[in-house]
Ligand binder design. Structure first.
Ligand SMILES: *[C@@H]1O[C@H](CO)[C@@H](O)[C@H](O)[C@H]1NC(C)=O
Ligand SMILES: *[C@@H]1O[C@H](CO)[C@@H](O)[C@H](O)[C@H]1NC(C)=O
Ligand SMILES: *[C@@H]1O[C@H](CO)[C@@H](O)[C@H](O)[C@H]1NC(C)=O
Ligand SMILES: *[C@@H]1O[C@H](CO)[C@@H](O)[C@H](O)[C@H]1NC(C)=O
Ligand SMILES: *[C@@H]1O[C@H](CO)[C@@H](O)[C@H](O)[C@H]1NC(C)=O
Ligand SMILES: *[C@@H]1O[C@H](CO)[C@@H](O)[C@H](O)[C@H]1NC(C)=O
Ligand SMILES: *[C@@H]1O[C@H](CO)[C@@H](O)[C@H](O)[C@H]1NC(C)=O
Ligand SMILES: *[C@@H]1O[C@H](CO)[C@@H](O)[C@H](O)[C@H]1NC(C)=O
Ligand SMILES: *[C@@H]1O[C@H](CO)[C@@H](O)[C@H](O)[C@H]1NC(C)=O
Ligand SMILES: *[C@@H]1O[C@H](CO)[C@@H](O)[C@H](O)[C@H]1NC(C)=O
Ligand SMILES: *[C@@H]1O[C@H](CO)[C@@H](O)[C@H](O)[C@H]1NC(C)=O
Length: 628
């Protein structure tokens, strides 16, 4: 009786094993049949050593199976002499296929849509064939694609922008085809190799792709422009690195940075200067009532009631508050901070409107030059330039009056005030700050026949305007100041390497300072800061060293790591910043070019917000961000 049971058991186990094996057999047999159908339907010049009686996973040329031999995962058939187009319902049945190479054959027809069913495909080599027609519109159905080589075919039409959805793409070769149109902004920080040379492409090489050598864009339509801002090192953000920095950054370092910044931004000051009260007149919507009362004022410049020609406060057009120097001197004011060129005070007007009065020291120019410079600055009316409302010049006192921005400078927002909390700036705000500041500086550079220089770009001179865009202040002040007066202050991290103590700032050095400012936005680190070991760190050098070590992810402010899907934009912004801080001044981009790059980044971001489901469903997105 027992022996019968044992036999029964053995039989059952055997049956079970047979069924199991057969299940694998079936799958791999299906793959085998698919391969046989493929070579049967597609004529080829050379004989393939595919023995129907041999297991497909053992002795079939070019075929590789997974470890346990249950599926075909790789098919490489280069130079077999295939002639014709890929037959339908053959290769698509190899659903576990990860690598497919049919390079250097005579395959013709359009892109085999057949292949879009191979969801696990990660490498596709079809170079040196005779394929024609457009590339598939939506390659994103193959999310695992990492290497795509379609070079040396006859593909025409444009490069589909859906390629930008291939998050794992590391190598894309579309060279030597007949592709036309503009190159889409692929982003794709994972991309290591790109070759689109010898097509018929036109337009501008998108910023995200300018990190690739120019030769990769050779042989296209003559109109293909390649702005060369790629002199900075190629940066890529390894996913592991960004994940690592999520947990890996030491808080103590950040805290220290904050303390140092706060300490340097708010030196202890002797208060007791001017107490300022502004007598506001005619602060009406149209801003004209003040002028009407004055009657004889020129529209360009309203002169204060003080008749002493040497002691008058000069106002600019559109200024809707008018006040006396006497009023100014009688007023009380709060010290905002001691800057490179003097002390800034906040003055509260009677109707609670606030203005900033800067009391300049070490003005090196005479009255006439001062006034000329002020006239130029006052002419600049731009939403990204803090408006100069009025100025004053006498032997003992030089003043400038600006609009007041209640949120404080980007420096205080980013690094915090002494004793106060710092506000976390979300990514979109940082992009807006950088874009706005770039626009403002570019506008400043158009003044004076395109020769005007800002001269003192730093985070404490950038404010947030009403739309939360960056807005630059202190325009043109460097020009009227004695360059020898503050060499140390000027050296504090923003100064371009070519500027010696006596050499005046240039537009190129403005671009450098702007680059440092953007790095500051990205890293939330000050341009010069001290580590725990009292080591002085220069931000530019530090970023270069981190990027060189390919730890790009480590560069960014940890606060930014909580916003999803912004890696590309961060890397792109980093590249813009690095192109601004290259050592050789004339290799830096012009400010208007920087604006374009910034706006491109922004435009793509907006497009992404509409096109990508991933973005609209981001769990912790800031709801205010989407309104923009
Ligand atoms: C596979 O081919 C090799 C030689 O190419 C031969 O020695 C071997 O016996 C073959 N194996 C089978 C299972 O056919
Ligand atoms: C065979 O490998 C595949 C994938 O590699 C796996 O899904 C399957 O479970 C494996 N089967 C066995 C029996 O190990
Ligand atoms: C593809 O090549 C085959 C063999 O050379 C030829 O018969 C066929 O007409 C070609 N098809 C196309 C669309 O060019
Ligand atoms: C794709 O590959 C993964 C592992 O690499 C495997 O688990 C999965 O079953 C594959 N998909 C198909 C359709 O074979
Ligand atoms: C591609 O097609 C052309 C004719 O259209 C033919 O001369 C050429 O040999 C083909 N290339 C290959 C690799 O088969
Ligand atoms: C992509 O590849 C990974 C492994 O590299 C695998 O786990 C995943 O299933 C694949 N995705 C698809 C859609 O096949
Ligand atoms: C793509 O094909 C071209 C031409 O055969 C070859 O030179 C290149 O190495 C290939 N690139 C990749 C990434 O495989
Ligand atoms: C692509 O080439 C085919 C002929 O091979 C032609 O009919 C088609 O109009 C072309 N498409 C474009 C966008 O040039
Ligand atoms: C890019 O493609 C062109 C055309 O196929 C080729 O001549 C060139 O060598 C490629 N460049 C690199 C670096 O692979
Ligand atoms: C290149 O593209 C332009 C349009 O962008 C077209 O007019 C021209 O004929 C194309 N040249 C070639 C050789 O395909
Ligand atoms: C772009 O910049 C790099 C690095 O400065 C330089 O080697 C290259 O020659 C430049 N290319 C052009 C087209 O100016």
């Amino acid at each position: 009786m027992e022996s019968v049971d044992i036999f029964k058991l053995i039989w059952l186990v055997g049956l079970f094993l047979f069924v199991q094996c057969n299940a694998f057999e079936t799958l791999v047999e299906d793959d085998k049949q698919a391969l046989l159908d493929f070579v049967e339907k597609l004529p080829h010049l050379h004989v393939l050593k595919w023995d129907k009686d041999c297991p497909v996973c053992k002795n079939w040329t070019g075929v590789i199976c997974n470890e346990n031999g249950s599926r075909v995962i790789s098919l490489r058939l280069p130079g077999v002499g295939f002639q014709g187009s890929i037959p339908e319902n053959t290769l698509s049945r190899l659903s576990a296929l990860q690598i497919l190479s049919l390079r250097a054959n005579g395959i013709n027809g359009t892109f085999p849509l057949e292949l879009l069913k191979l969801k696990n495909l990660s490498a596709l080599y079809l170079q040196f064939n005779n394929l024609t027609g457009p590339l598939p519109a939506d390659l994103s159905v193959l999310p695992n694609l990492s290497i795509v080589n379609l070079s040396s075919n006859k593909f025409n039409g444009s490069i589909p922008s859906s390629i930008s959805l291939l998050r794992k793409l590391s190598s894309l070769n579309l060279a030597s085809n007949l592709l036309s149109g503009e190159i889409p902004d692929l982003g794709l920080p994972s991309l290591q190799y790109l070759n689109v040379s010898y097509n018929n492409l036109s337009g501008i090489v998108p910023q995200s792709l300018q990190r690739f050598p120019k030769s990769m864009f050779d042989g296209n339509d003559a109109s293909l422009l390649n702005y060369n801002v790629s002199s900075s090192p190629v940066v890529s953000i390894p996913r592991e690195a960004s994940a690592k920095s999520k947990n890996g950054v030491k808080l103590s370092e950040r805290a220290l940075v904050g303390i140092i910044v706060a300490a340097s931004a708010l030196g202890v000051l002797g208060v007791g200067f001017l107490l300022l009260v502004f007598c506001l007149r005619g602060k009406s919507e149209d801003g004209f009532s003040g002028k009407l009362e004055k009657g004889n004022m020129s529209p360009e410049k309203a002169v204060s009631r003080t008749q002493d020609a040497n002691n008058r406060l000069s106002f600019f057009e559109g200024c809707n508050y008018v006040f006396d120097l006497e009023d100014l001197l009688r007023a009380s004011a709060e010290v905002l901070g001691k800057g490179t060129f003097g002390t800034a005070y906040k003055a509260i007007l009677e109707d609670a409107t606030m203005v900033v009065v800067k009391r300049l020291k070490d003005v090196s120019v005479g009255k006439r030059d001062f006034e000329q410079q002020m006239e130029v600055v006052g002419r600049i009316k731009h939403e990204n330039v803090v408006e100069l409302r009025a100025y004053y010049y006498s032997k003992d006192e030089k003043l400038m009056v600006f609009d007041y921005y209640s949120q404080g400078s980007v420096a205080t927002t980013l690094h915090g005030k002494k004793g106060g909390n710092k506000t976390t700036l979300d990514w979109d705000t940082r992009v807006r700050i950088a874009t706005g500041a770039a626009r403002g500086i570019a506008r400043v550079h158009t003044e004076n026949g395109g020769k005007f220089v800002h001269g003192n770009i730093k985070s404490s001179n950038v404010f947030l305007n009403f739309q939360q865009y960056g807005c630059v202040s202190d325009v043109g002040m460097a020009t009227i100041m004695s360059p020898l007066a503050h060499p140390i202050a000027r050296a504090a991290g923003y100064r371009a390497p070519e500027l010696t103590d006596t050499r005046k700032a240039t537009q190129a050095s403005d671009v450098y300072s702007f680059g440092v400012f953007v790095l500051e936005l990205l890293t939330a680190k000050s341009p010069v800061h001290t580590t725990r070991g009292n080591e002085v760190i220069h931000l530019v050098r530090w970023v270069h060293s981190v990027v060189r070590e390919e730890w790009t992810g480590e560069v960014f402010d940890v606060e930014l790591m909580k916003y999803p899907n912004i890696e590309e934009e961060m890397v792109e912004m980093l590249q813009i910043a690095l192109s601004c801080v290259v050592r050789v001044a004339d290799q830096r981009p012009k400010m208007f070019e920087v604006v374009k790059l910034m706006e491109n980044l922004r435009r793509r971001e907006l497009e992404n917000q509409y096109s990508s489901e991933a973005r609209t469903s981001m769990p912790d997105a800031d709801p205010t961000v989407e309104q923009e």
